[in-house]
Write a protein that binds this ligand. Structure first.
Ligand code: PEP
Length: 244
């Protein structure tokens, strides 16, 4: 049985005050599902302290290097050292603005797993790819390198399907569209390892709100959500968690 998971990607938003407000709300009213928050780097220690172990805390990115002269980078070991246990890898904004390649993303997944961090690997197609009917081809190619590099170690990863045309646009993929892509991802994973495909959690992300969460989370292959904008509003985010 896969436990439902709702993850909050704060992106480059927030402050100490907002960290206190959001963690305070989550800890005061523990949601029925597993919850993880991904604040910006500076707020990680504060979030860990306020989460009291009831809410998972993760970073939005990590370095593919172990350590060394890489100014501005943050290693997996450092994240673990400050209490983070999760990390986003390959978010579309990193793929787009920082030109992250499949090889780099696979290396980041390896560093995370070596340091006892659970990576949330983000995949998803652009609007153009979607409209040309290339969604499955894009998703298959984004899963290929992690599968080759990690094999059955991919069982330690959560995958988030985030169609780029639905991120921050208010345009949500329909529940049927999401279910179809998730079923396709499970079939791709099953071709490598049937057990892995049954166990791995697949999240949906892209304009998830309290209003659309129940239908999305009711799909048999949707194990929760990765929430951006709506995760910065305590009441809205709690309502999404309750839907899971
Ligand atoms: C995201 O950035 O991962 C995301 C899903 O954002 P939003 O919910 O705002 O579309």
């Amino acid at each position: 049985m896969r436990r439902k998971l709702v993850a909050a990607n704060w992106k480059m938003h927030g402050s100490s005050a907002l960290t206190a407000t959001l963690l305070g709300a989550l800890v005061a009213e523990p949601p029925p599902c597993e919850v993880v928050v991904f604040p910006p780097f500076p707020y990680l220690p504060q979030a860990v302290q306020l989460a009291f172990g009831a809410v998972g805390v993760g970073a939005q990115d990590l370095s593919a290097h172990v350590q060394g002269a890489y100014t501005g980078e943050v290693s997996a070991a450092m994240l673990h050292d400050v209490g983070a246990r999760w990390v986003l890898v390959g978010h579309s904004e990193r793929r787009q603005y920082h030109h992250e390649s499949e090889v780099l993303i696979a290396a980041k997944l390896q560093r995370a797993l070596e340091n006892a961090l659970t990576p949330v690997l983000c995949v998803g197609e652009t609007l153009d790819e979607h409209e040309r009917g290339n969604t499955e081809r894009v998703i298959a190619s984004q899963l290929q390198t992690p599968l080759q590099v990690l094999g059955s170690r991919l069982a330690g990863v959560v995958i988030a399907y985030e169609p780029i045309w639905a991120i921050g646009t208010g345009r949500t993929a329909s529940a049927a569209q999401v279910q179809a892509v998730h079923a396709f991802m499970r079939s791709q994973l099953a071709a490598h390892d049937a057990k892995l495909s049954r166990l791995i959690r697949l999240l949906y992300g892209g304009s998830v709100k309290a209003a659309n969460a129940p239908e999305l989370f009711a799909q048999p292959d949707v194990d929760g959500g990765l929430v951006g904008g709506a995760s910065l509003l305590a009441e809205e985010f709690l309502a999404i968690c309750v839907a899971a």
